[in-house]
Write a protein of this length. Structure first.
Length: 517
Protein backbone atom coordinates (compact mmCIF):
# COMPACT_ATOMS: atom_id res chain seq x y z
CA UNK A 1 0.00 0.00 0.00
CA UNK A 2 1.14 3.55 -0.75
CA UNK A 3 0.39 6.67 1.28
CA UNK A 4 -1.95 8.11 -1.37
CA UNK A 5 -4.05 4.93 -1.50
CA UNK A 6 -5.67 5.90 1.80
CA UNK A 7 -6.74 9.30 0.45
CA UNK A 8 -8.14 7.85 -2.77
CA UNK A 9 -10.03 5.13 -0.90
CA UNK A 10 -11.63 7.60 1.47
CA UNK A 11 -12.49 9.92 -1.43
CA UNK A 12 -14.35 7.04 -3.06
CA UNK A 13 -16.17 5.95 0.11
CA UNK A 14 -16.71 9.34 1.79
CA UNK A 15 -16.54 11.88 -1.01
CA UNK A 16 -18.49 14.63 0.75
CA UNK A 17 -16.77 14.26 4.14
CA UNK A 18 -14.40 17.08 5.02
CA UNK A 19 -10.79 16.16 4.38
CA UNK A 20 -9.52 19.33 6.05
CA UNK A 21 -10.69 22.54 7.71
CA UNK A 22 -8.52 25.59 8.22
CA UNK A 23 -10.21 28.75 9.42
CA UNK A 24 -13.08 29.42 7.02
CA UNK A 25 -11.62 27.08 4.36
CA UNK A 26 -12.92 23.57 3.81
CA UNK A 27 -11.90 20.81 1.42
CA UNK A 28 -13.85 17.56 1.00
CA UNK A 29 -12.23 14.22 0.27
CA UNK A 30 -13.51 14.38 -3.30
CA UNK A 31 -11.91 17.79 -3.73
CA UNK A 32 -8.70 16.59 -2.08
CA UNK A 33 -8.43 13.71 -4.51
CA UNK A 34 -8.88 15.98 -7.53
CA UNK A 35 -6.43 18.56 -6.15
CA UNK A 36 -3.78 15.94 -5.33
CA UNK A 37 -4.15 14.35 -8.80
CA UNK A 38 -3.69 17.70 -10.53
CA UNK A 39 -0.70 18.65 -8.41
CA UNK A 40 0.84 15.22 -8.95
CA UNK A 41 0.48 15.55 -12.71
CA UNK A 42 1.97 19.04 -12.57
CA UNK A 43 5.01 17.59 -10.80
CA UNK A 44 5.32 14.91 -13.48
CA UNK A 45 4.89 17.48 -16.26
CA UNK A 46 7.71 19.48 -14.67
CA UNK A 47 9.98 16.57 -15.55
CA UNK A 48 10.43 15.17 -12.07
CA UNK A 49 11.29 11.48 -11.96
CA UNK A 50 10.40 8.91 -9.33
CA UNK A 51 12.74 9.50 -6.40
CA UNK A 52 13.41 13.18 -7.10
CA UNK A 53 13.29 15.51 -4.10
CA UNK A 54 11.15 18.65 -3.68
CA UNK A 55 11.33 20.96 -0.65
CA UNK A 56 8.33 22.48 1.14
CA UNK A 57 8.65 25.38 3.61
CA UNK A 58 5.47 26.46 5.34
CA UNK A 59 3.60 26.54 8.59
CA UNK A 60 0.59 24.24 8.85
CA UNK A 61 -1.83 24.63 5.94
CA UNK A 62 -4.21 22.46 3.92
CA UNK A 63 -1.70 22.67 1.06
CA UNK A 64 1.08 21.34 3.27
CA UNK A 65 -0.95 18.31 4.30
CA UNK A 66 -2.14 17.66 0.75
CA UNK A 67 1.37 17.96 -0.66
CA UNK A 68 2.44 14.68 0.96
CA UNK A 69 -0.30 12.85 -0.96
CA UNK A 70 0.31 14.55 -4.30
CA UNK A 71 4.03 13.86 -4.06
CA UNK A 72 3.29 10.22 -3.24
CA UNK A 73 1.20 9.91 -6.41
CA UNK A 74 4.01 11.41 -8.49
CA UNK A 75 6.64 9.28 -6.76
CA UNK A 76 8.68 12.27 -5.65
CA UNK A 77 9.89 12.64 -2.08
CA UNK A 78 8.94 15.81 -0.15
CA UNK A 79 11.64 17.38 2.00
CA UNK A 80 9.65 19.33 4.63
CA UNK A 81 11.69 22.20 6.05
CA UNK A 82 11.50 23.36 9.64
CA UNK A 83 10.28 26.96 9.38
CA UNK A 84 12.02 27.78 12.67
CA UNK A 85 15.50 27.30 11.22
CA UNK A 86 17.73 30.11 10.03
CA UNK A 87 18.28 30.69 6.26
CA UNK A 88 21.78 29.11 6.21
CA UNK A 89 20.28 25.96 7.71
CA UNK A 90 17.60 25.84 5.00
CA UNK A 91 20.32 26.32 2.41
CA UNK A 92 22.26 23.32 3.65
CA UNK A 93 19.22 21.01 3.72
CA UNK A 94 17.93 22.02 0.29
CA UNK A 95 21.36 21.56 -1.29
CA UNK A 96 22.08 18.33 0.55
CA UNK A 97 18.77 16.82 -0.59
CA UNK A 98 19.25 17.99 -4.17
CA UNK A 99 15.68 19.33 -4.16
CA UNK A 100 14.68 20.40 -7.66
CA UNK A 101 11.77 22.60 -6.60
CA UNK A 102 11.12 24.75 -3.54
CA UNK A 103 7.60 25.56 -2.39
CA UNK A 104 7.32 28.22 0.34
CA UNK A 105 4.72 30.35 2.10
CA UNK A 106 5.06 34.05 1.12
CA UNK A 107 6.66 35.27 4.35
CA UNK A 108 9.14 32.38 4.28
CA UNK A 109 9.83 32.88 0.59
CA UNK A 110 10.93 36.40 1.50
CA UNK A 111 13.13 34.99 4.28
CA UNK A 112 14.84 32.66 1.78
CA UNK A 113 16.11 35.65 -0.22
CA UNK A 114 19.56 35.93 1.44
CA UNK A 115 20.44 32.35 0.46
CA UNK A 116 18.40 31.90 -2.72
CA UNK A 117 21.38 32.23 -5.05
CA UNK A 118 23.11 29.44 -3.15
CA UNK A 119 20.30 26.92 -3.72
CA UNK A 120 22.11 25.29 -6.61
CA UNK A 121 19.81 22.30 -7.15
CA UNK A 122 16.51 24.23 -7.25
CA UNK A 123 15.21 24.85 -10.75
CA UNK A 124 11.90 26.45 -9.82
CA UNK A 125 10.60 28.49 -6.86
CA UNK A 126 6.87 28.58 -6.07
CA UNK A 127 5.04 30.73 -3.54
CA UNK A 128 2.16 29.00 -1.74
CA UNK A 129 -0.75 31.24 -0.70
CA UNK A 130 0.25 34.61 -2.12
CA UNK A 131 2.34 36.39 -4.72
CA UNK A 132 6.04 37.02 -4.18
CA UNK A 133 8.25 38.82 -6.68
CA UNK A 134 10.52 36.38 -8.47
CA UNK A 135 8.49 33.34 -7.41
CA UNK A 136 5.95 31.46 -9.51
CA UNK A 137 2.41 30.91 -8.26
CA UNK A 138 1.75 27.58 -6.56
CA UNK A 139 -1.95 27.90 -7.31
CA UNK A 140 -1.37 28.28 -11.05
CA UNK A 141 1.12 25.45 -11.04
CA UNK A 142 -1.09 23.11 -8.98
CA UNK A 143 -4.08 23.69 -11.28
CA UNK A 144 -2.07 23.14 -14.46
CA UNK A 145 -1.97 19.36 -14.11
CA UNK A 146 -4.49 17.10 -15.79
CA UNK A 147 -7.29 15.35 -13.92
CA UNK A 148 -6.76 11.73 -12.96
CA UNK A 149 -3.83 10.13 -11.18
CA UNK A 150 -0.44 9.99 -12.95
CA UNK A 151 0.28 6.78 -14.83
CA UNK A 152 3.21 5.88 -12.62
CA UNK A 153 4.12 2.69 -10.83
CA UNK A 154 4.87 3.52 -7.21
CA UNK A 155 5.82 0.58 -5.02
CA UNK A 156 6.34 -0.10 -1.30
CA UNK A 157 10.12 0.30 -1.59
CA UNK A 158 9.88 3.78 -3.12
CA UNK A 159 10.71 6.75 -0.90
CA UNK A 160 7.70 8.52 0.61
CA UNK A 161 9.54 11.51 2.08
CA UNK A 162 12.87 12.67 3.50
CA UNK A 163 12.91 14.42 6.87
CA UNK A 164 16.03 16.00 8.29
CA UNK A 165 17.18 15.29 11.81
CA UNK A 166 20.13 16.96 13.45
CA UNK A 167 23.30 14.98 14.02
CA UNK A 168 26.23 15.03 16.39
CA UNK A 169 28.50 16.08 13.53
CA UNK A 170 26.75 19.42 13.52
CA UNK A 171 25.07 18.84 10.15
CA UNK A 172 21.52 17.50 9.83
CA UNK A 173 20.96 14.15 8.10
CA UNK A 174 18.07 13.26 5.81
CA UNK A 175 16.19 10.22 7.11
CA UNK A 176 14.60 8.40 4.16
CA UNK A 177 11.19 6.91 4.94
CA UNK A 178 9.79 4.44 2.41
CA UNK A 179 6.17 3.76 1.51
CA UNK A 180 6.26 0.41 3.30
CA UNK A 181 7.43 2.05 6.53
CA UNK A 182 4.56 4.55 6.41
CA UNK A 183 2.02 1.80 5.75
CA UNK A 184 3.29 -0.19 8.71
CA UNK A 185 3.33 2.79 11.04
CA UNK A 186 -0.23 3.73 10.10
CA UNK A 187 -1.43 0.21 10.85
CA UNK A 188 0.32 0.37 14.22
CA UNK A 189 -1.09 3.82 15.00
CA UNK A 190 -4.68 3.14 13.93
CA UNK A 191 -4.81 0.18 16.30
CA UNK A 192 -4.10 2.60 19.13
CA UNK A 193 -5.79 5.80 17.98
CA UNK A 194 -9.03 4.49 16.48
CA UNK A 195 -11.38 7.04 14.97
CA UNK A 196 -13.70 7.01 11.99
CA UNK A 197 -15.06 9.00 9.04
CA UNK A 198 -15.68 12.64 9.75
CA UNK A 199 -14.19 12.61 13.24
CA UNK A 200 -11.87 15.55 13.72
CA UNK A 201 -8.20 15.58 14.68
CA UNK A 202 -6.52 18.82 15.69
CA UNK A 203 -3.32 19.30 13.69
CA UNK A 204 -1.33 22.04 15.43
CA UNK A 205 2.04 20.36 15.92
CA UNK A 206 4.17 21.34 12.88
CA UNK A 207 3.77 19.23 9.75
CA UNK A 208 7.52 19.15 9.15
CA UNK A 209 7.70 16.97 12.28
CA UNK A 210 7.43 13.18 12.00
CA UNK A 211 4.81 12.79 14.73
CA UNK A 212 2.50 15.45 13.28
CA UNK A 213 2.82 14.00 9.79
CA UNK A 214 1.94 10.51 11.00
CA UNK A 215 -1.00 11.83 13.03
CA UNK A 216 -2.23 13.50 9.83
CA UNK A 217 -1.80 10.33 7.78
CA UNK A 218 -3.52 8.24 10.46
CA UNK A 219 -6.52 10.58 10.49
CA UNK A 220 -6.87 10.34 6.72
CA UNK A 221 -6.51 6.55 6.84
CA UNK A 222 -9.63 6.47 9.02
CA UNK A 223 -11.49 9.02 6.87
CA UNK A 224 -11.29 11.64 9.60
CA UNK A 225 -11.14 15.41 9.19
CA UNK A 226 -7.97 17.41 9.70
CA UNK A 227 -8.70 20.52 11.75
CA UNK A 228 -5.58 22.51 10.93
CA UNK A 229 -4.17 25.39 12.93
CA UNK A 230 -1.27 27.26 11.35
CA UNK A 231 0.68 27.74 14.56
CA UNK A 232 0.43 26.93 18.26
CA UNK A 233 -1.55 29.56 20.16
CA UNK A 234 -2.75 28.14 23.53
CA UNK A 235 -6.07 30.01 23.56
CA UNK A 236 -6.86 28.90 20.01
CA UNK A 237 -6.03 25.28 20.85
CA UNK A 238 -8.22 25.27 23.94
CA UNK A 239 -11.09 26.90 22.03
CA UNK A 240 -10.85 24.28 19.29
CA UNK A 241 -10.72 21.40 21.77
CA UNK A 242 -13.85 22.68 23.50
CA UNK A 243 -15.88 24.09 20.60
CA UNK A 244 -14.93 22.36 17.34
CA UNK A 245 -15.87 18.71 17.95
CA UNK A 246 -12.24 17.62 18.13
CA UNK A 247 -11.94 13.90 18.87
CA UNK A 248 -8.14 13.60 18.95
CA UNK A 249 -5.14 15.87 19.22
CA UNK A 250 -1.37 15.50 19.18
CA UNK A 251 0.46 17.90 21.50
CA UNK A 252 3.95 17.83 22.93
CA UNK A 253 4.04 18.11 26.75
CA UNK A 254 5.16 21.74 26.61
CA UNK A 255 2.04 22.57 24.56
CA UNK A 256 -0.19 20.81 27.09
CA UNK A 257 1.42 22.75 29.91
CA UNK A 258 1.02 26.07 28.10
CA UNK A 259 -2.69 25.32 27.54
CA UNK A 260 -3.14 24.60 31.24
CA UNK A 261 -1.17 27.63 32.41
CA UNK A 262 -1.87 30.33 29.83
CA UNK A 263 -5.63 29.99 29.26
CA UNK A 264 -7.54 31.30 32.31
CA UNK A 265 -10.80 29.43 31.67
CA UNK A 266 -9.26 26.14 30.52
CA UNK A 267 -10.76 24.23 33.47
CA UNK A 268 -14.21 25.76 33.09
CA UNK A 269 -14.68 24.61 29.50
CA UNK A 270 -16.38 21.46 28.24
CA UNK A 271 -14.45 18.87 26.21
CA UNK A 272 -17.22 16.35 25.62
CA UNK A 273 -16.03 15.36 22.12
CA UNK A 274 -12.35 14.94 23.05
CA UNK A 275 -11.54 11.25 23.44
CA UNK A 276 -7.77 11.05 23.02
CA UNK A 277 -4.72 13.22 23.59
CA UNK A 278 -1.50 11.90 22.04
CA UNK A 279 1.75 13.34 23.31
CA UNK A 280 5.37 12.62 22.61
CA UNK A 281 8.87 13.98 21.98
CA UNK A 282 9.43 14.02 25.75
CA UNK A 283 7.86 12.47 28.85
CA UNK A 284 5.25 14.43 30.73
CA UNK A 285 5.55 15.56 34.32
CA UNK A 286 3.20 13.68 36.64
CA UNK A 287 1.69 16.91 37.97
CA UNK A 288 1.02 18.16 34.43
CA UNK A 289 -0.54 14.86 33.39
CA UNK A 290 -2.77 14.67 36.44
CA UNK A 291 -3.95 18.21 35.81
CA UNK A 292 -4.51 17.51 32.11
CA UNK A 293 -6.56 14.40 32.87
CA UNK A 294 -8.64 16.36 35.34
CA UNK A 295 -9.27 19.20 32.88
CA UNK A 296 -9.67 17.39 29.55
CA UNK A 297 -11.31 14.19 30.85
CA UNK A 298 -9.94 12.02 28.04
CA UNK A 299 -7.51 9.19 27.39
CA UNK A 300 -3.79 9.82 26.90
CA UNK A 301 -1.20 7.98 24.80
CA UNK A 302 2.53 8.70 24.89
CA UNK A 303 4.60 7.83 21.83
CA UNK A 304 8.34 7.26 21.90
CA UNK A 305 10.41 7.07 18.75
CA UNK A 306 12.31 9.22 16.29
CA UNK A 307 12.28 10.37 12.69
CA UNK A 308 14.37 7.29 11.87
CA UNK A 309 11.53 5.02 13.07
CA UNK A 310 8.95 6.93 10.97
CA UNK A 311 7.65 8.27 14.28
CA UNK A 312 6.81 5.80 17.05
CA UNK A 313 8.39 2.59 18.31
CA UNK A 314 6.57 2.32 21.63
CA UNK A 315 3.32 3.56 23.15
CA UNK A 316 2.31 4.11 26.72
CA UNK A 317 -1.38 3.32 26.30
CA UNK A 318 -4.44 4.76 28.09
CA UNK A 319 -4.64 1.70 30.34
CA UNK A 320 -1.03 2.32 31.40
CA UNK A 321 -1.84 5.91 32.32
CA UNK A 322 -4.86 4.78 34.32
CA UNK A 323 -2.77 2.20 36.17
CA UNK A 324 -0.13 4.81 36.87
CA UNK A 325 -2.65 7.20 38.37
CA UNK A 326 -4.22 4.38 40.36
CA UNK A 327 -0.98 3.59 42.16
CA UNK A 328 1.76 2.50 39.73
CA UNK A 329 3.12 6.03 39.44
CA UNK A 330 6.47 4.76 38.14
CA UNK A 331 4.75 4.08 34.81
CA UNK A 332 4.52 7.81 34.23
CA UNK A 333 8.30 7.76 33.76
CA UNK A 334 8.00 5.01 31.15
CA UNK A 335 7.98 5.35 27.37
CA UNK A 336 5.68 2.33 27.14
CA UNK A 337 6.05 -0.98 25.32
CA UNK A 338 6.90 -1.85 21.70
CA UNK A 339 4.32 -1.52 18.94
CA UNK A 340 3.08 -4.43 16.87
CA UNK A 341 5.98 -6.05 15.00
CA UNK A 342 8.55 -3.92 16.86
CA UNK A 343 11.35 -5.11 19.12
CA UNK A 344 13.31 -3.16 21.70
CA UNK A 345 16.55 -4.30 23.23
CA UNK A 346 19.12 -2.67 25.48
CA UNK A 347 22.73 -3.14 24.40
CA UNK A 348 26.19 -2.36 25.70
CA UNK A 349 29.06 -0.76 23.81
CA UNK A 350 29.73 -4.05 22.00
CA UNK A 351 26.09 -4.37 20.88
CA UNK A 352 25.51 -7.22 23.30
CA UNK A 353 22.13 -7.32 24.98
CA UNK A 354 22.32 -6.50 28.69
CA UNK A 355 20.25 -8.16 31.44
CA UNK A 356 16.76 -6.87 32.26
CA UNK A 357 16.94 -3.79 34.43
CA UNK A 358 20.45 -2.85 33.27
CA UNK A 359 21.06 0.48 31.58
CA UNK A 360 22.39 0.54 28.02
CA UNK A 361 21.67 1.97 24.59
CA UNK A 362 18.13 1.56 23.27
CA UNK A 363 18.08 -0.32 19.95
CA UNK A 364 14.93 -0.76 17.85
CA UNK A 365 14.04 -3.25 15.13
CA UNK A 366 10.83 -3.18 13.14
CA UNK A 367 9.27 -2.62 9.72
CA UNK A 368 8.88 1.12 10.33
CA UNK A 369 12.63 1.83 10.32
CA UNK A 370 14.04 4.29 7.80
CA UNK A 371 15.90 3.09 4.72
CA UNK A 372 18.93 5.08 5.81
CA UNK A 373 20.37 8.58 5.74
CA UNK A 374 20.52 10.38 2.39
CA UNK A 375 24.03 10.26 0.95
CA UNK A 376 25.44 9.14 4.32
CA UNK A 377 26.36 5.45 3.83
CA UNK A 378 28.71 5.32 6.80
CA UNK A 379 26.27 7.03 9.15
CA UNK A 380 23.48 4.74 7.90
CA UNK A 381 25.55 1.63 8.48
CA UNK A 382 26.50 2.78 11.95
CA UNK A 383 22.94 3.72 12.97
CA UNK A 384 21.32 0.58 11.50
CA UNK A 385 24.06 -1.91 12.26
CA UNK A 386 22.77 -5.45 12.52
CA UNK A 387 19.31 -4.30 11.37
CA UNK A 388 18.69 -2.39 14.61
CA UNK A 389 18.26 1.37 14.86
CA UNK A 390 20.68 2.57 17.53
CA UNK A 391 18.85 5.51 19.08
CA UNK A 392 21.59 7.13 21.14
CA UNK A 393 19.21 7.03 24.12
CA UNK A 394 20.22 5.19 27.27
CA UNK A 395 17.43 3.18 28.83
CA UNK A 396 16.22 0.24 30.88
CA UNK A 397 13.56 -2.37 30.12
CA UNK A 398 11.79 -3.83 33.15
CA UNK A 399 10.38 -7.32 33.69
CA UNK A 400 7.04 -6.31 32.15
CA UNK A 401 8.67 -4.99 28.98
CA UNK A 402 8.25 -1.28 29.77
CA UNK A 403 10.98 0.98 28.46
CA UNK A 404 12.40 3.69 30.71
CA UNK A 405 14.62 6.34 29.12
CA UNK A 406 17.35 7.35 31.56
CA UNK A 407 19.72 9.62 29.70
CA UNK A 408 21.24 10.07 26.25
CA UNK A 409 24.18 8.18 24.92
CA UNK A 410 24.57 11.11 22.59
CA UNK A 411 24.20 14.63 23.91
CA UNK A 412 20.90 15.54 22.29
CA UNK A 413 18.72 18.13 23.99
CA UNK A 414 14.91 17.99 23.71
CA UNK A 415 13.26 21.38 24.14
CA UNK A 416 9.53 21.73 23.55
CA UNK A 417 9.53 18.53 21.50
CA UNK A 418 12.36 19.69 19.20
CA UNK A 419 15.60 17.74 18.99
CA UNK A 420 18.69 19.90 19.40
CA UNK A 421 22.25 18.70 19.04
CA UNK A 422 24.87 20.74 20.91
CA UNK A 423 27.57 20.45 18.25
CA UNK A 424 25.66 22.77 15.90
CA UNK A 425 25.49 25.45 18.58
CA UNK A 426 29.07 24.91 19.72
CA UNK A 427 30.29 25.45 16.16
CA UNK A 428 28.55 28.84 16.11
CA UNK A 429 29.95 29.80 19.53
CA UNK A 430 33.49 29.00 18.38
CA UNK A 431 33.07 31.50 15.54
CA UNK A 432 33.14 34.32 18.12
CA UNK A 433 36.68 35.64 18.57
CA UNK A 434 36.20 36.01 22.32
CA UNK A 435 35.55 32.30 22.91
CA UNK A 436 38.43 30.02 23.91
CA UNK A 437 36.38 26.91 24.60
CA UNK A 438 32.70 26.06 24.73
CA UNK A 439 30.24 23.29 25.47
CA UNK A 440 26.45 23.21 25.24
CA UNK A 441 24.15 21.21 27.50
CA UNK A 442 20.45 20.92 28.24
CA UNK A 443 19.24 22.05 31.64
CA UNK A 444 15.81 21.39 33.18
CA UNK A 445 12.99 23.78 32.40
CA UNK A 446 9.41 23.56 33.69
CA UNK A 447 7.82 24.76 30.45
CA UNK A 448 10.06 23.26 27.74
CA UNK A 449 11.48 20.14 29.43
CA UNK A 450 14.99 21.38 28.70
CA UNK A 451 16.55 24.61 27.54
CA UNK A 452 19.92 25.27 25.97
CA UNK A 453 22.78 26.51 28.15
CA UNK A 454 26.21 27.45 26.85
CA UNK A 455 29.21 26.99 29.11
CA UNK A 456 32.12 29.04 27.86
CA UNK A 457 35.78 29.65 28.58
CA UNK A 458 36.69 33.23 27.71
CA UNK A 459 39.52 34.27 25.43
CA UNK A 460 38.53 37.91 25.85
CA UNK A 461 37.84 38.91 29.47
CA UNK A 462 35.41 41.59 28.28
CA UNK A 463 33.14 38.98 26.69
CA UNK A 464 29.59 38.97 28.13
CA UNK A 465 26.69 36.56 27.98
CA UNK A 466 24.70 39.13 25.98
CA UNK A 467 27.52 39.26 23.41
CA UNK A 468 27.21 35.52 22.81
CA UNK A 469 23.41 35.47 22.78
CA UNK A 470 23.41 38.22 20.17
CA UNK A 471 26.11 36.38 18.18
CA UNK A 472 23.86 33.30 17.91
CA UNK A 473 20.81 35.18 16.68
CA UNK A 474 20.28 34.79 12.95
CA UNK A 475 22.76 31.93 12.74
CA UNK A 476 20.58 29.37 14.49
CA UNK A 477 16.87 28.65 14.61
CA UNK A 478 15.25 30.37 17.57
CA UNK A 479 14.70 27.20 19.57
CA UNK A 480 18.39 26.26 19.23
CA UNK A 481 19.73 29.55 20.55
CA UNK A 482 21.20 29.40 24.07
CA UNK A 483 18.91 30.86 26.69
CA UNK A 484 21.75 31.42 29.15
CA UNK A 485 25.54 31.43 29.32
CA UNK A 486 27.82 30.47 32.20
CA UNK A 487 31.54 31.20 32.20
CA UNK A 488 34.10 28.86 33.74
CA UNK A 489 37.90 28.73 33.79
CA UNK A 490 38.26 25.32 32.15
CA UNK A 491 35.98 22.63 30.71
CA UNK A 492 36.29 19.20 32.33
CA UNK A 493 37.76 16.66 29.91
CA UNK A 494 38.77 13.01 29.99
CA UNK A 495 42.33 11.87 29.14
CA UNK A 496 41.49 11.74 25.42
CA UNK A 497 40.22 15.33 25.46
CA UNK A 498 36.47 14.65 25.31
CA UNK A 499 34.39 17.15 27.27
CA UNK A 500 32.72 15.48 30.25
CA UNK A 501 29.22 16.80 29.70
CA UNK A 502 27.82 14.57 32.41
CA UNK A 503 29.92 16.56 34.88
CA UNK A 504 28.73 19.82 33.40
CA UNK A 505 25.09 18.78 33.62
CA UNK A 506 25.23 17.40 37.14
CA UNK A 507 24.77 20.65 39.14
CA UNK A 508 21.73 21.63 37.09
CA UNK A 509 20.03 18.22 37.21
CA UNK A 510 20.64 17.55 40.91
CA UNK A 511 17.35 16.57 42.51
CA UNK A 512 15.70 15.58 39.23
CA UNK A 513 14.78 11.90 38.85
CA UNK A 514 14.95 11.96 35.06
CA UNK A 515 18.05 13.26 33.32
CA UNK A 516 16.18 14.12 30.13
CA UNK A 517 13.43 16.64 29.54
Amino acid sequence: MRLHDTLDYRAREHADTDFAIQGDRRMTYAEARVASDRLANALVDEGLAVGDRVAFLSKNTIEHALFYYAASKAGVAPVPLNYRLAPPEWEFIVNDSGAKMLFAAPELAEAISPVRDGLTSVKRFLSVGGDVAGWDSYESFANSGAAGAPAREIGPEDDAYQMYTSGTTGRPKGAIVQQRAISTQLHQAVMAFGGGPGQRALIVAPLYHAAAAVCTFCTVQMGGTLYIQEDFVPADVVRALSEEQIRMSLLVPAMIQFCLMAVPDVAERNYDDLELMVYGASPIAEQTLRRALEVFQCDFIQGYGMTETTAAATYLYPVDHREALAGRSELLLSAGRPLLGTEIRIVDGDDQEVPTGTIGEVAIRGPQLMRGYWNRPEASEEALRGGWMHTGDAGIVDDDGYLFIQDRVKDMIVSGGENIYPREIEDVLFEHPGVADAAVIGIPDEKWGETVKAIVVKKDENLTADDLLEHCRGKLGGYKQPRSVDFIDELPRNPTGKVLKKDLREPYWKGHDRRVG
